[in-house]
Structure formats: C-alpha cells, structure tokens
Design a protein. Structure first.
Length: 264
C-alpha cells in the first residue's frame, strides 16, 4: 500500500484546510517538550507569526535515561490543544504506547511515532484505526525498506494518512548527533507516494546546522519540515535546547523558505 507502483499519484493529506504533500511546503515548529501552558502558548504565537502551520511539542518524551524528564503527560496534551486552537495551528505530538493512542488522537491533529518506536508493531497497528494522520519517524538504524514496512502496518490497518520522516541515522560520525540522510528524501518519494518530512533538528543535533539542512531538505524535495524552536533553549527541560532555534532564527528561516518554495 505504501508503494508508488500501487498508488502512482502523490498522497495529499488534508487537515483543516492544510495540505501536506502534493507540492506545498508545510512547516511544523515548536519545542521538543511541552513544559507549561504559558510556554506552549507563547511558542505557538511565534510559530504562527513566522508562517508555520503546525505546532509541535511532546507531552510524552522517550528519554534515553529513565531519570530524565519524561514529559508532562496528559496535561500537556490539553495545554497544546488549547494553544493550537487559540493560534489557529494544527498540532502534532508523539505517542509512545498503544494505550495512549486514543487520548492523543482526541487532543492532537497529527500523531508522531518516534524513531525509537518505528518498529513497535502493536503501536503501529493501533494507529491504523486511530482516525488521525500519523507522522512516522525513521528508526535511527532502519533501512528505507524497514521504514516503508512500518508505514505498511498503519496503512494496512485502514489509515491512509501516513507521512514519512527522515530524522537522521546513526553513523560513525560523532560531531553531529545523527547524520541527516538527505538521500532518503528523493528515494522515499520515488519508492512511495506518501509525503516526506525532514527533521533537521534531530538530524543534526546542532542549532547552527538546522538552517542549511532545512534548505538542503527542500532542495531534495521534502514536502515539509519539523523544526525545534524554543524561547529559552538554554533552559529547556530536555537536552534538545542545543538544537532548538531561537524564535528570530526560526522566523528568518521561514522567510528564506518562501523564496525557495511556496509555503502553504
Ligand atoms: C522529538 O521529536 O522530540 C523526538 C524525540 O524525535 P526522535 O524520535 O526523532 O528522536
Ligand atoms: Mn526533541
């Protein structure tokens, strides 16, 4: 079902008037984690003012260590839904377990599967019947074929609205957090009809690399970007402040993108 042979035309996912795929560029921006109602409200206003269409933010965080901040949970879903509604933005948030799919689907417009859960097949099956579009991140050690098979689980479950996301893979390089595999973008668009989103934040792990790799992703044919932005990155509650753009950098980048490709 994910194959272009089966479905020659690009899939366009329409959510409340925003089209993802099919030529328009979508920008999803926001913090790594929802931290408070004030934080997500302020950042939502900045995403909207910059021209973004989707507010990102994790309420449930898949942290490498069990003692790190794990997210604010269901309260965060509510805070994010309110900020999205107030600022007229769609929302995307990560869901980590099948048990939380229904509540995340109640509050968010798009559900995100994180890199660590790309092959959580029970989660993927549950997302097949959740009724909401899904952004599926590539596992950091997954091949294109494994990513497409993971998408297949969601599609086979009856949900046609899946986006593929390149977020960087693990290589021998340690200067960057991950290696953003730009080649994935044209390859996935060739093999599949599904929209392809690039995540230059996790793909590099370094703020100064987000702008060039965003532009490179657009040049490679990405249908959208998911970018971390924070008003106070040095004090963010996850370690991802180092890769988060300041609000003025985010706004400047979106202005530059307008010149590269029309944003929705
Ligand atoms: C995130 O988007 O904040 C995140 C945890 O992403 P990934 O699953 O790509 O690490
Ligand atoms: Mn993050």
């Amino acid at each position: 079902l994910a194959s272009r042979d089966f479905h020659p035309e690009d899939t366009v996912i329409s959510i409340k008037g925003v089209n993802i795929g099919g030529g328009e560029l979508v920008v999803m921006g926001g913090p790594c984690a929802v931290e408070s109602a004030e934080q997500i409200d302020e950042i939502a206003g900045l995403v909207k003012a910059a021209g973004g269409q989707v507010l990102r933010g994790g309420a449930f965080k898949p942290r490498t260590g069990p003692y790190s901040f794990q997210g604010v949970g269901v309260e965060g879903l509510i805070m994010m839904a309110e900020a999205g509604k107030k600022h007229d933005l769609l929302t995307i948030t990560e869901v980590m377990t099948p048990e939380y799919v229904d509540i995340c689907a109640e509050y968010a417009d798009i559900l995100q599967v994180g890199t660590r859960n790309m092959q959580n097949f029970d989660l993927l099956r549950k997302l097949g019947t959740c009724g909401k579009p899904v952004l599926l991140k590539r596992g950091f050690s997954a091949t294109y074929d494994e990513l497409l098979n993971a998408a297949e689980y969601i599609l086979a479950g009856g949900n046609p609205n899946v986006m593929l996301c390149e977020r960087g893979i693990r290589t021998f390089e340690t200067y960057t957090r991950n290696t953003l595999d730009l080649t994935a973008i044209p390859v996935l668009k060739d093999l599949s009809h599904l929209p392809v989103i690039s995540d230059p934040s996790h793909g590099t792990g370094r703020r100064e690399l987000v702008e060039p790799m965003t532009k490179a992703s657009v040049a490679a044919g990405a249908d959208g970007l998911i970018i971390e932005m924070h008003t106070d990155p040095d004090n963010s509650m996850t370690g991802d402040g180092v890769q988060s753009l300041f609000p003025d950098q985010f706004a400047g980048l979106l202005q530059d993108l307008e010149k590269l490709a029309p944003i929705v």
